[in-house]
Design a protein around this ligand. Structure first.
Ligand code: PHE
Length: 374
């Protein structure tokens, strides 16, 4: 029951004291019963409401009604009580707000002993992993890494690499050209580079000899996708230029690299080949590290090497002097320097290393496939 201000019959100090005590204990009881904002408002209005609140009534019933000789006393009392009521209302409000922020703090508390959300760590893609392995083999030989653009000009992709004007690779049958460039001179036409070899030229324009670099990256060819072809794949190129570089250096370097990659027991075999930018050129075969070169796995035929005991792994050769002519101004005088270059498909190496039977799996982004390489 809310407190109501009684009419006083007596105004003696003792009577005032008694009435004040009752009021204060009612105030305390009502204040402590307040538990939410709505109750607080009712409580506040009951005590301080201008029209009919307890304080207003005190004025009328205790002060104005007091006889003359008791006015002073009654006035002091009422003033004191006003102060106590205001205090009680303030304190109640603070208790409510404090309680709310306590509740909020409790709700937001972070339990630092909980295990937390684990973020799964990704894994290197098998092609990138293979690329890094190949790079590290050459890094250990003192090679550094260079890169170049995937969208390349005819000049870097073909012309400066000594491709004749009507070489079939320059046809849209084999190469993906950017559309609507007929107005441009041939050498400026843009295409998706078909090999990493244009970065040979770009690097020789930038750095004077001696040079030992590897060039990893994406390349594109106009091939329909199947189990062993993808219109986008990866290559890594190598280039070494110095005075007196010989075919023997090329053979020794490649033989070492193949043993480092596939195991020390593999053999290498160089077979004559042709590339416009190397002369002489060779294809390198590595003895099959799956069947050990026998062509058989038990009584079954070895599939990776098609029973031949050899796997073709890269193209290479001595840098053609015609190529040096394009960068002669930067110290590559074909009479003074010589060099070798090689290029290999990274995806193919990854296929062999991991026993993957379809190159498409590398590029489909199926996590069930990729998770196997964690
Ligand atoms: N660029 C050649 C290719 O894509 C490979 C190669 C590179 C051959 C360097 C010789 C020297 O087939």
């Amino acid at each position: 029951m809310a407190y109501t201000v009684p009419k006083l019959k007596e105004f003696s100090p003792a009577a005032l004291e008694k009435a004040a005590e009752k009021l204060l204990s009612a105030l305390e009881a009502e204040a402590s019963a307040v538990q939410d904002e709505a109750a607080y408002k009712t409580f506040r209005d009951h005590w301080m409401g201008r029209k009919n609140g307890v304080l207003t009534q005190l004025n009328d019933l205790w002060l104005k009604a007091a006889p003359k000789d008791a006015k002073r006393d009654a006035g002091q009392r009422v003033n004191q009580l006003k102060g106590r009521v205001e205090q009680a209302i303030d304190a109640t409000l603070q208790r409510l707000q404090g309680g709310a922020s306590d509740a909020r703090l409790a709700a937001e508390r972070v339990d630092i002993t909980l295990p937390g959300n684990q973020r799964k760590i990704g894994a290197e893609h098998p092609v990138i992993k293979t690329m890094h392995e190949i790079i590290s083999v050459f890094r250990n030989l003192g090679y550094s890494v260079e890169e170049g653009p995937v969208i390349e000009s005819d000049y870097y992709n073909f012309e400066a690499l000594n491709f004749p004007p009507n070489h079939p690779a320059r046809d849209t049958q084999d190469t993906l050209f950017i559309a609507n460039q007929d107005a441009k001179p041939a050498r400026e036409r843009l295409l998706l580079r078909t090999h990493t070899s244009p970065v040979q030229i770009r690097t020789m324009e930038k750095l004077a000899p001696p040079l030992r670099i590897v060039i990893p990256g994406k390349v594109h060819r106009n091939d329909p996708p199947d189990a062993s072809h993808s219109p986008m794949f990866h290559q890594i190129e190598g280039l070494a230029v110095d005075t007196d570089i010989t075919f023997g250096d090329l053979k020794g370097t490649i033989d070492h690299a193949m043993k480092a990659l596939f195991g020390s027991s593999v053999k290498t075999h160089f077979r004559p080949s042709f590339f416009p930018f190397t002369e002489p050129s060779a294809e390198v075969m590595v003895s099959c590290f799956i069947c050990g070169g026998s062509g058989k796995r038990g009584s079954e035929p070895c599939r990776p090497c098609k029973q031949s005991g050899w796997i073709e792994i890269l193209g290479c050769g001595m840098v053609d002097p015609n190529v040096f002519e394009f960068v002669k101004h930067n110290g590559y005088d074909p009479k003074k320097v010589s060099g070798f270059a090689f290029g290999m498909g990274i995806d193919r190496v990854a296929i062999l290393k991991y026993g993957v039977d379809d190159i498409q799996l590398f590029f489909q982004g199926d996590v069930r496939f990729l998770q196997q390489f964690r």
